[in-house]
Ligand binder design. Structure first.
Ligand code: AMP
Length: 195
C-alpha cells in the first residue's frame, strides 16, 4: 500500500499516519520529521532548512525530493509507505511520479483530510497549551501557522486537482473526531485493497 496523506498543517495527518502505519505495517515517511532530525543534528541540510522552517516556508524541492528518493529504497518500504507532508507542491508531485515510474510502481491512493482554516487556528492553540514551553515546536505558533496555511493554500492545494485527475483522490472530513476520521480512512483503505 503506497499512499499520500494530504491536508493543511494541523489537519491530523501525523496522527492518522501513525494509525495506518500500525494497522498495515508500513512506515510513515514525514519530510517534516526528517528535516527536524537534520536540524537537531546540525547537518548542512539542517542549517539550510531551519530558517525556512521557522518562517513557515517550504525548503527547496531538491532537499526533500532527495530525502524521499533515498528513503523509499530502504527495505522497510518494500510493502509500501505513507507519505506525510510530501509532496508539498506540483513540482514535488511530478518528481514523485518519476521516482515511482522508475521503480515500476505507482501510488494506490491519495487521501485528503479536509479541515477549515478557523479550526486549524483553534487546534494549534490547543497544541501549544498542551505541549508547554519545553515541548513546543518552533513552528507551532500562530504567526508561523498563518504563513504555513498560506503556503498550503498557494502551493499545496493545487495537488488536489492534480490527484483528482488521476482518479486516486479520496476526501475525508477532518472536522470530525479522530476516531471518526480513522473510520473513514479504514473504509477507503479496505476499498483500495479490494481493488
Ligand atoms: P511538517 O512537519 O510537515 O508540518 O513540516 C514542517 C516544515 O518542514 C514545513 O513548514 C516546511 O518548512 C518543511 N517541510 C516539510 N516537508 C516539506 C516538503 N515536502 N517540502 C518543503 N518543505 C517541507
Amino acid at each position: 500500500m503506497k499512499l499520500i496523506l494530504l491536508g493543511p498543517p494541523g489537519a491530523g495527518k501525523g496522527t492518522q499516519a501513525q494509525r495506518i502505519s500500525t494497522a498495515y505495517g508500513i512506515p510513515q515517511l514525514s519530510t517534516g520529521d526528517m528535516l527536524r532530525a537534520a536540524v537537531a543534528q546540525g547537518t548542512k541540510v539542517g542549517k539550510k532548512a531551519k530558517p525556512l522552517m521557522d518562517a513557515g516556508k517550504l525548503v527547496p524541492d531538491d532537499i526533500v525530493v532527495g530525502a524521499i528518493a533515498d528513503r523509499i529504497e530502504a527495505p522497510d518500504c518494500k510493502p509500501g509507505f505513507i507519505l506525510d507532508g510530501f509532496p508539498r507542491n506540483v513540482a514535488q508531485a511530478k518528481a514523485l511520479d518519476e521516482m515511482l515510474k522508475k521503480k515500476k510502481t505507482a501510488l494506490d491512493v491519495v487521501i485528503e483530510i479536509r479541515v477549515d482554516e478557523a479550526e486549524l487556528f483553534n487546534r494549534i492553540e490547543t497544541r501549544i497549551k498542551q505541549a508547554g514551553e519545553a515541548g513546543v515546536r518552533a513552528d507551532d505558533n500562530p504567526e508561523t501557522l498563518k504563513k504555513r496555511i498560506e503556503v498550503y493554500r498557494e502551493q499545496t492545494a493545487p495537488l488536489i486537482p492534480y490527484y483528482q485527475k488521476t482518479g486516486k483522490l479520496k476526501v475525508v472530513d477532518g472536522m470530525q473526531p479522530v476516531e471518526a476520521v480513522w473510520g473513514q480512512i479504514q473504509a477507503i483503505l479496505k476499498g483500495v485493497e479490494r481493488g
